[in-house]
Design a protein around this ligand. Structure first.
Ligand code: FAD
Length: 446
């Protein structure tokens, strides 16, 4: 049987290592801390939560709950330790981060088939004797990121995340906005929110006055001029936004027959067209202020935001282009990518990625057939998102119902209550997950 090398002792790495070891593989877990740290880690502990201590909602039939339920049923080692380190946090699973890390470290130390090597990995090889799980995270060391670029192609690695806000389509005031394509080129797929001069001036003032999230020093140089946050553009000049993401040129308003003074464009986010993103509206505003300022956009006065804008450093690969649906690099199938580096977003999603990668790596090491989890499941939907999205402009995602397959049209029409629809989606997901786990188990020795 081949050995398994896991690179990264954050969230995905330890889960992958424990999964592969529990399936009988000899595992070497590489972690560069404390010899070399990242800009966000404070300790040399395994499973350090670098920011909040929340693994998100535990409300029954929510998408984060579904993901965690699947993980529990699959025997996620890190989720077990998270449950054991939980602190009161209403409907969320929040943990005592020190206790959580200590428990994960104990589980790794106690496992007879895991060897820990504290060194920075700078080269990736395709040795015949081992399978590699790369889980070096959003702050992968530069040397290793360079190596990954060499293997995948220089344009397949992103170094920061700029996330535009997403709005619930049903909360857009369609009386105030209009569909149009710039210069009438192509189909009129974009929703346009037209500003008068007065509305633009008021929006600009509010944007400039809004409270911003303080970025860490190490994040600042990561901006690309082509993708600046709107608060930075506003700071550069009163008209900069009107020549950038709020450009009105070529967007004739059918009500006036003229171009507006400024315009925000909304682009359809998913096939169901029930959510739209605000094109180019990545920003640094705190969420509370962001809600107030974005609701000054004509047509969005009562908007419900499904996601707020963000911008931060994040290394991730262009998974739809380079990964297959068992997390293997298409061109180097003995290397699997897990965690945030693979284009999932969030602590829980990263652990879930580690769970799958550890199991896939073990199956590969044992020479067994790999089976992707069903599309109905939260794990299957995350995998589907990162491997089947549009490669151009690919951005990481959290688990949401948007990623899960919707109910059939007939059922959707019949069941008006969103909560009930989500309950059915969760029930189906857990059923399919159970079947997948049972089939996988039958392939492996006890
Ligand atoms: P990590 O947990 O970062 O683990 C990667 C590990 O690999 C690290 O221990 C690192 O030291 C090691 N490593 C890197 N390069 C090498 C190398 N060359 N050789 C050996 N080891 C190496 N998500 C949330 O859900 N909530 C939050 O509040 C949140 N806050 C975040 C704040 C910041 C600043 C960042 C960057 C991300 C945040 N995330 C958050 C996103 C994400 O969930 C976390 O980054 C999460 O830790 C990702 O898990 P991971 O296992 O993929 O990577």
């Amino acid at each position: 049987m081949k050995k398994v090398h896991v690179i990264g002792g954050g969230l995905a790495g330890p889960e992958a290592a424990l999964q592969a070891a529990s399936l009988g593989c000899e595992v070497t877990l590489f972690e560069m801390r404390p010899h070399r740290s990242t800009e966000a880690h404070q300790t040399s502990d395994f499973a350090e939560l670098v920011c909040s201590n929340s693994l998100k909602s535990e409300s029954e039939n929510s998408a984060p709950w579904l993901l965690k339920q699947e993980m529990r049923r699959a025997g996620s080692f890190l989720l077990k330790e998270a449950d054991a380190s939980a602190v009161p946090a209403g409907h969320a699973l929040a943990v005592d981060r020190i206790e959580f890390s200590r428990r994960v470290a104990d589980a790794i130390a106690a496992h007879p088939r895991i060897t820990v090597v504290r060194e920075e990995v700078t080269a990736l090889s395709e040795d015949a004797d081992h399978i590699t799980v790369l889980a070096s995270g959003p702050l992968t060391s530069p040397a290793l990121a360079g190596e990954l670029q060499r293997l995948t192609g220089s344009d397949q690695l992103a170094f920061y995340d700029s996330i535009a806000p997403i709005v619930d389509a049903s909360t857009i005031d369609m009386e105030k906005v209009y569909f149009a394509a710039r210069w009438d080129k192509g189909t009129a797929d974009y929703i346009n929110c037209p500003f008068t001069k007065e509305e633009y001036e008021a929006f600009l003032e509010a944007l400039l006055a809004a409270e911003k999230v303080a970025s860490k020093d190490w994040e600042k140089p990561q901006y690309f001029e082509a993708c600046l946050p709107i608060d930075e553009l506003a700071r550069r000049g009163r008209d900069t936004l009107r020549f950038g993401p709020m450009k009105p040129a070529g967007l004739t308003n059918p009500k006036t027959g003229r171009w507006p003074y400024a315009c925000v464009q909304l682009r359809q986010e998913n096939l169901r067209a029930d959510s739209y993103n605000l094109v180019g509206f990545q920003n640094h505003m705190k969420y509370g202020d962001q809600a107030k300022v974005l609701r000054m956009i004509p047509g969005l006065e009562n908007a419900k935001f499904l996601r707020y804008g963000q911008i931060h450093r994040n290394t991730y690969i262009n998974s739809p282009a380079v990964l297959n649906d068992t997390l293997q690099l298409k061109a180097h199938p003995s290397i699997l990518i897990a965690g945030q580096l693979s284009g999932v977003e969030g602590y829980t999603e990263s652990i879930a990625g580690g769970l799958l990668a550890g199991r896939f790596a073990a199956m590969l090491a044992r020479g067994e057939q790999l089976a992707t989890p069903p599309r109905q499941t939260a794990h299957g939907s995350l995998l589907h998102y990162i491997t089947h999205s549009e490669a151009k402009g690919f951005q990481p995602a959290n688990i949401t119902f948007d990623l899960l397959p919707p109910l059939e049209d007939e059922l959707r029409k019949k069941i008006r209550d969103k909560k009930e629809r989500h309950r059915i989606q969760c029930e189906r997901a857990l059923g399919a997950w159970g079947e997948w786990l049972a089939a996988e188990k039958s392939l492996l020795p006890a």
